[in-house]
Ligand binder design. Structure first.
Ligand SMILES: NC(=O)c1ccc[n+]([C@@H]2O[C@H](COP(=O)([O-])OP(=O)(O)OC[C@H]3O[C@@H](n4cnc5c(N)ncnc54)[C@H](OP(=O)(O)O)[C@@H]3O)[C@@H](O)[C@H]2O)c1
Length: 269
């Protein structure tokens, strides 16, 4: 049974915090010593849920609210964050320097960028700290590694890029599958069936890649026989104005927005 560095506080538990809790639950985590703090007090199954900060010194605090809520949260939370607290933030675009300024006594500031498949223990959680060699934080950051692939980043820039690829990337991959389904429906397949087939194609392709260890390029090559139908389709995707420049522009837009959010959060210091 896996247990948290206690006391552990989850401050905010919405869409993403809830997905992480789901993943922890699926993996059989022991929630002893874990408290969810959220204004609505909406109960989280199996975890003590309260609306105000308990009278204890947390070892692990995870920020799971929207970046715009930081100013509202700091006055109540900061006095509880001391030299024994590892503060883990999932707030997109809010830099470690901004967090350090708000929580000056924290033992360490750790930024993470999780993606939604953490709920199925199939996630990617990029992790960054500038405070320590990350080997010194392995114990406190252990729960993050239970949810899938958890790479440590060398810089906040790298965290931003992995966030755009893996966290926002879930939406981009979903859009591609949606487009496949929509085209199938436009070509006459029942729309519900078209959507299911697109999803199963996505799931099957990723399972195949995982099971065989083949790269996506190799899988594409295996499907596309010379002069066949797939090859004709790939020629459209691989054209100079095809998929790669579209993905480049998509990620660039997300990364640019991350930088704007960081500047906005920094200006509120
Ligand atoms: N969604 C993603 O794919 C994704 C990926 C990476 C990072 N993130 C980051 O995850 C964070 C949360 O996003 P989300 O989509 O999960 O948001 P969300 O669903 O709106 O959940 C926000 C949570 O914050 C809580 N909250 C609001 N005000 C609070 C306060 N004053 N004190 C404590 N908790 C408060 C809410 O409490 P109640 O439930 O009581 O209302 C709710 O549980 C964001 O910072 C975002 O940048 C999201």
């Amino acid at each position: 049974m896996t247990s948290f560095p206690a006391p552990a506080w989850l401050v905010g538990c919405g869409n993403m915090g809830g997905a992480m809790v789901e993943g922890w639950r699926a993996g059989g985590a022991d929630f002893t010593g874990v408290t969810v703090i959220r204004p609505s007090g909406t109960p989280v199954e199996g975890i003590r849920t309260v609306t105000d900060y308990p009278d204890e010194q947390p070892r692990f605090v995870m920020l799971g609210f929207k970046p715009q809520k930081l100013d509202e949260v700091v006055p109540g939370l900061a006095p509880h964050v001391g030299p024994e607290t590892v503060l883990v933030s999932m707030l997109a675009g809010v830099t470690a320097a901004t967090l350090r300024q708000r929580f000056p006594s924290a033992r360490a500031i750790v930024r993470i960028m999780p993606n939604l498949p953490v709920a199925q223990v199939q996630g990617v959680i990029a992790i960054y700290t500038g405070d320590f060699d990350h080997d010194q934080l392995l114990e406190e950051c252990k729960p993050l590694t239970w949810l899938g692939m958890a790479p440590w980043c060398d810089s906040e820039e790298e965290l931003g890029v992995i966030g755009a690829v893996a966290a926002a990337g879930v939406a981009y991959v979903a859009r591609f599958a949606e487009a496949l389904g929509r085209t199938a429906a436009d070509l006459g397949v029942n729309p519900t069936r078209a959507r299911s087939i697109a999803v199963q194609t996505l799931v099957g392709t990723s399972d195949l890649a995982k099971a065989t260890g083949e790269s996506m390029a190799e899988i594409a090559r295996r499907v596309a026989s010379p002069k066949g139908t797939t090859e004709q389709g790939l020629a459209v995707l691989d054209a100079p104005d095809g998929l790669q420049p579209l993905v480049d522009r998509t990620l660039a837009a997300a990364i640019r927005r991350g930088k704007e959010l960081a500047e906005e959060a920094g200006r509120h210091n």
